[in-house]
Design a protein around this ligand. Structure first.
Ligand SMILES: Cc1cc2nc3c(=O)[nH]c(=O)nc-3n(C[C@H](O)[C@H](O)[C@H](O)COP(=O)(O)OP(=O)(O)OC[C@H]3O[C@@H](n4cnc5c(N)ncnc54)[C@H](O)[C@@H]3O)c2cc1C
Ligand code: SF4
Length: 513
């Protein structure tokens, strides 16, 4: 059963066995496993319930409806946009459906550095199988690859660089290109179309437009969840919510899970709570090609090809180097992030059909921290503090040089990075200018779609927040199954890593193993 906030007209008081907080990648999987085990399950999702018919393919409507803070959530210094979905299905509704497993080197790194002996490829194999089957993970079909992405593969092949086509969780994709604003064709297999409807069929009650504010510990390791039914859009308070339960599964995402736990006073004895955040910052690249070379970045699967010649999986944090991935389908956002204004901007947008877009993705060390405060409107304001390390900046600039050379070799006339004070690269002689590229708030706009950490797994509370079964170290019957549990960046894309980790822990819990 799915109950939307506007269907609730009075304070909500419930009793249940398991409460799942958040309905995205981790929460969807958890809700399914709890319901499949026959446990009375309630899912609380702060965002609204939207379906294919509601996804109107307009960024100005869909970003406020589906993204946290309308897509404008940033680090406290404003330098990095931290994108997260906030809707029935969480970020799986607005992502580009690339399905990448946890990198093998990352698992080895976790075993060696953090002693996480249970998180082996063998132990995760059954979870991969279940998740891939539910999501219909397969290699992207040729017919939905666009020129914008294919040019990466062709150029890589010519240069002898490693590159490939993504696996994806789609079914019947027509290549409309609108993944970032929700799939109007029910092709993208997010939790909104898979785990959540299945959980609902099995009896779970899923409430949307209900925000969890804090958790109270009751006698005997039971809990009372305090929340608010909120108005869709403004998210203003409408009715109070109180739910008594035996078990809580946190899946509010890397930013809000630690905020809820801190608000509940559960940080005592958990020194790592809210720390060790990786943002895996990316910069958007736009490369203008001759007019005859049409990129049509707005059609086809937005992100289908990666160039991974420069991945370095021996790095200190398990995943290093940098990679390029084609990206498209967000004309408004790309225009906003461009490095030009006035007539220059007009010229740039006129060249849109022949402009290639990709993201330079640079894995990072887990150095960020997360706190929160009440905003003046009574709503929670997350404070994400993050400063990229000098080592990261060097790797980032190396990536910019390589990407520029690569795209000039592909035939681009100019290569641009998001900065209002930095001009175009038009030939190889200008590459040394990249040494001065400003990685400073106000002078560059970076994005993060893969925020992780904040409640990392560790063998004890000095190192982590949850154990290898994803149970909170200092309390019984509270689990965390979202992106916050990752000790370091899990992969270049995080949906499958989160789902697989959630599946392993929740399957074990449901079967009493
Ligand atoms: C634009 C974009 C593109 C991406 N593309 C890809 C991709 O192609 N492939 C890939 O693998 N990954 C991709 N990702 C990343 C991936 O989708 C996320 O890492 C993953 O979905 C995160 O899962 P999660 O369970 O941590 O949180 P989410 O899926 O973000 O879900 C958290 C949910 O919790 C809810 N919530 C938060 N606070 C509360 C509260 N107080 N009360 C109740 N509910 C609350 C939120 O509203 C949200 O719906 C992308 C992400 C973005 C933003
Ligand atoms: S490309 Fe279009 S049809 Fe395919 S998954 Fe994305 S939004 Fe859906």
């Amino acid at each position: 059963m799915i109950i939307q906030g506007h269907e609730i007209f009075a304070p909500l008081k419930l009793k249940t066995h398991s409460v799942v907080v958040g309905s995205g990648a981790g929460g969807g999987v958890a809700a399914y496993h709890m319901a499949a085990a026959g446990l009375d399950t309630v899912v609380l999702e702060e965002g609204g319930y939207f379906q294919a018919k509601d996804f109107n393919q307009r960024e100005e409507d869909m970003m406020p409806a589906l993204y946290r803070g309308a897509g404008r959530q940033t680090t406290t210094d404003g330098m990095i946009y931290v994108w997260q979905g906030s809707t029935f299905g969480g970020s799986t509704v607005i992502n580009t459906a690339d399905a990448t497993p946890i990198e093998a080197e990352v698992l080895h790194h976790w075993q060696q550095k953090f002693g996480l002996s249970e998180l082996t490829e063998d132990n995760l194999a059954a979870s991969y199988e279940r998740v891939f089957k539910t999501l219909n993970v397969h290699r992207l079909e040729e017919k939905i690859l666009n020129r914008n992405n294919k040019i990466l593969l062709e150029t890589a092949n010519r240069l002898g660089y490693k590159a490939g086509v993504f696996n994806s969780n789609r079914k019947g994709c027509i290549g409309s290109g609108y993944c970032f604003t929700g799939c109007a064709y029910d092709a993208k297999q997010g939790t909104n179309l898979t785990y959540l409807p299945q959980a609902s069929e099995l009896g779970a009650r899923i409430y949307t437009d209900v925000r969890v504010d804090r958790i109270e510990r009751l006698f005997g390791n039971k809990y009372r969840v305090h929340g608010s039914v909120v108005e869709r859009g403004t998210r203003r308070f409408r009715h109070p919510v109180e739910i008594d339960c035996e078990r809580i599964i946190m899946a509010a995402g890397t930013v809000h899970t630690p905020a809820i736990l801190k608000r509940s006073g559960f940080d005592k004895g958990l020194p790592q709570l809210g720390k060790n955040i990786s943002l895996q910052p990316q910069i958007g690249i736009s490369a203008v090609f001759p007019d005859s070379e049409k990129m049509t970045s707005w059609r086809g699967a937005p992100q289908s090809i990666y160039m991974n010649e420069f991945d370095d999986n021996r790095a200190e944090h398990g995943l290093g180097g940098f990679r390029m991935e084609g990206v498209g389908g967000m004309a408004g956002v790309f225009a906003q992030f461009s490095n030009s204004i006035g007539l220059d901007h007009k010229r740039m947008m006129q060249q849109y059909p022949s402009t290639h877009y990709s993201a330079l993705l640079v894995p990072d060390q887990p150095t960020g921290t997360m706190d929160w405060e009440w905003g003046p409107d009574g709503k929670v304001k997350p404070k994400i503090q993050y400063t990229p390390s000098e080592e990261w900046k060097q790797r980032f600039r190396r990536g910019m040089k390589t990407a520029s050379e690569f795209l000039l070799e592909a035939g681009a006339r100019e290569v641009n990075f998001n900065s209002p004070v930095y001009g175009s690269i038009t030939n190889g002689d200008q590459l040394s200018r990249i040494d001065d590229y400003p990685v400073e708030p106000g002078l560059v706009a970076l994005t993060s779609a893969h925020v992780q950490g904040s409640c990392r797994i560790g063998l004890d509370a000095n190192v982590g927040v949850v154990d290898q079964n994803l149970k909170l170290h200092n309390l019984d019957n509270i689990y965390i199954v979202d992106g916050s549990i990752m000790p370091t960046t899990a992969s270049t894309h995080t949906m499958i890593p989160i789902m697989v980790m959630s599946d392993r822990a929740m399957h074990k819990l449901a079967h009493g193993a």
